[in-house]
Design a protein around this ligand. Structure first.
Ligand code: HSE
Length: 346
């Protein structure tokens, strides 16, 4: 059995609760025991702690009906995130607080506290992973625990797992991808004749964009993912400043139509490439030929192409955002931790 404490109960946390509600039995079989939610701590919705386990149905109904967890039995009114991390008897902290690509806080402090308490961490939070992964991974090693971050790139589509587990020996030289759903949606809508502002508004309504969509359209969200790919899959130690980053804000409808007339499509492409002993990274709008595997990827879908010595190009296409899709990434990380621990737990 794994006992989980959720720090943050927004879209992704609720997505995970939905998965546990709908597939708990199947997952229990795969994990050799249930995934038990023992604590949920959300800055706005309140804190619930129940060592005997919280029912995901009750949690989801409470949020749907009242918008918070405050009326549920087991409420620990005086616990904040750090107390929940340190004092709950969870063995995995699921870090889902607000993403900040400038400071990585408060998630960085949460993750450090969890690792120092000897608890595994799974997170979909891009900020701390893009900014501090090498330090966090070192702390995890020093404390004999694991840190999983599959959902930081392409949600539950296993881009990191593919690179780490299956292509590690294939000699990955270059990784190129459509790593931001909002911008790909906007570019696809503009190809169909929509204006930039209408397309952005739709992307916001559909829930693809970040709370402040500037980070999407100026390429910073994709740059964070590029740093994560470089540091996790190529052993680099890049920072956000190392990424040569241009967004899509200066692309006009005329640019898009011109490319279409020439049999090409504009895509916001993130690239990580080995160059001698170093790794170079960029995010920039790129005209790519219609026959390229990334050209046919439309809407909010993401895709990634690994260029390898042994297999040539390997492309993975799938969702890059969404409540269930990102919630599933946490299951991927938990399964990886379970496999590493090498034994069934009861
Ligand atoms: N705003 C992001 C996107 C969400 O549009 O891809 C997933 O990281």
């Amino acid at each position: 059995m794994y006992r989980l404490a959720l720090i943050g109960f927004g879209n992704v946390g609720q997505g995970l609760a939905q998965i546990l509600r709908d597939r708990g039995d199947d997952l229990a079989e795969r994990f050799g025991g249930p995934l038990r939610l023992v604590a949920v701590c959300d800055l706005l919705k309140g804190v619930v702690y129940a060592p005997e386990g919280l029912n995901p149905i009750t949690l989801l109904e409470a949020v749907e009906q009242t918008g918070n967890l405050k009326g549920l039995p087991g409420v620990q009114k005086d616990w904040d995130a750090l107390t929940t991390i340190r004092e709950s008897d969870a063995d995995v902290i699921v870090e889902l607080s607000y993403t900040d690509l400038k400071t990585g806080e408060p998630a960085r402090t949460h993750i450090e506290a969890a690792l120092e308490s000897g608890k595994h961490v799974v997170t979909t939070n891009k900020g701390p992973i893009a900014l501090y992964y090498p330090q966090l991974a070192e702390k995890a090693r020093a404390n004999g625990v694991e840190i999983g971050a599959e959902g930081t790139v392409m949600s539950g589509t296993p881009a990191l797992g593919l690179g780490l587990d299956y292509l590690a020996g294939a000699g990955v030289q270059k990784i190129q991808g459509i790593l931001n759903g909002t911008t790909n949606y906007i570019l696809t809508q503009m190809e169909a004749g929509a204006s930039y502002s209408d397309a952005l508004e739709e992307a916001q309504e559909r829930g693809y964009a970040e709370a402040d969509p500037t980070g999407d359209v100026e390429g910073h969200d994709a740059a964070g993912k590029v740093v994560i790919l470089a540091n996790l899959l190529m052993g680099a130690a890049l920072t956000m400043n190392d990424v040569d980053c241009t967004g899509i804000t200066s692309l006009t409808l005329a640019d898009i139509q011109q490319a279409q007339a020439a049999g090409e499509r504009w895509k916001l492409i993130g690239t990580v490439e080995k160059s001698g002993d170093s790794v170079k990274a960029s995010v920039r709008p790129t005209r790519i030929p219609a026959a390229h595997p990334l050209a046919s990827v439309g809407g909010a879908t993401n895709a990634i192409t690994f260029t390898t010595d042994l297999l040539g190009e390997v492309t993975l296409i799938g969702p890059g955002a969404g409540r269930i899709e990102t919630g599933y990434a946490l299951i991927v990380d938990l399964l990886a931790i379970h496999r590493k621990s090498g034994k069934k737990r009861t």
